[in-house]
Design a protein around this ligand. Sequence first.
Ligand SMILES: [Zn+2]
Length: 417
Amino acid sequence: MKTSVLERFLRYVRIDTRADESSTSWPSSPGQLELMRLLERELRDIGLSDVVVDENGYLMASVPATTNGDVPVIGFIAHVDTSPEMSGTNVKPIVHAGYDGRDIVLPDDPTAGLRASENPALAAGIGDDIVTASGTTLLGADDKAGVAEIMAAVEWLVAHPEIPHGLVRIAFTPDEEIGRGADRFDVERFGAAYAYTLDGGSRGELEYESFSADLFTATFIGFNTHPGYARGRMVNAIRAAADFISSLPREEMTPETTDDYEGYVHPYAVDASVDRTTVKVLIRDFLTGELGTKRAMLEYLARQAADAHAGCRLETAITEQYRNMREVLDRHPEVVERARTAMRRAGIEPIERPIRGGTDGSRLSFMGLPTPNLFAGEHNFHSRLEWVSVQDMEKAVEVIVELCEVWARTQGSDLEF
Ligand SMILES: [Zn+2]
């Protein structure tokens, strides 16, 4: 199955779609809209008639059903933005055809080398065509690989009306990397019963468990006055905050000491002054119920630290961030099961691992659209060493096409394998 996925990918990565956290516009950067407009034109050229880019920069479109059975509407979603952590300006993609296993040196920064010995997935990709950037930017495979795969799959489905499938919806979203991707996603307008994000790593990855996540904020309120005349009067909020931070667990329950299904608490930002010091702590766990236990511990430690400084006041707040999508997906086991079937039909054994983070799918699942994540072939994301294998992208296209057919053949229709 030879598709347009590489040619599309090389076109999309050249557009700078770096998300901008400081922006309040939708999307957060103009390049994202530029790519959306390009995708809109290309989808019309393929023959889709209902392509819409809405006022927030979300693109939605449909591939009409080829069977009139009672097949649920399924959707495929990818994000067009790239990480704010690394430049996405002037991305120069390089295709290393028939990768031979030797170090890949990136020409614009000879110190940036990709070594198979340090990248097991790359070692597994010997013989593949590997795409990298040139050394000074990220590549943008996260998530333009997913975008290109969905586009190529749409083109394939339209060109092969003999493949039975129900109505297929696609969406391209802005600003996933700054956590806004699901914010203005109109689930009702999308109209799918289930969806899949194409935003994962190695061939075969199938992700349907994510962290549940809260943000805990402790604000220590002191009293500032001229330090030369502060005796008996100053209350230094920085000292209380420092006591709080040093009282947090460090041999366990931290990002540095946990793996697999272990959660953590993670102080990651401090805004400090004598008068007022705020500490932000991420709370992560696969069990949503455990978030409350960790929060109670944080409240206790913050209270102790405040109480140790006479006159120091404490305010705390908790913000829900996202929830483990598995809580939703367990109620719809067929969504993950169909993905397993589609992968096996494409000759791939699914690799099922929990995501130690969240995806847009974690949010969308709780907004009424159960959405696991499928591999897109992304590696070393947010890095100048980002790479993707063309053969992995081709496989992802195949999985999308298979999924459409699997849903049609296994649900409420007289078609069978
Ligand atoms: Zn991504």
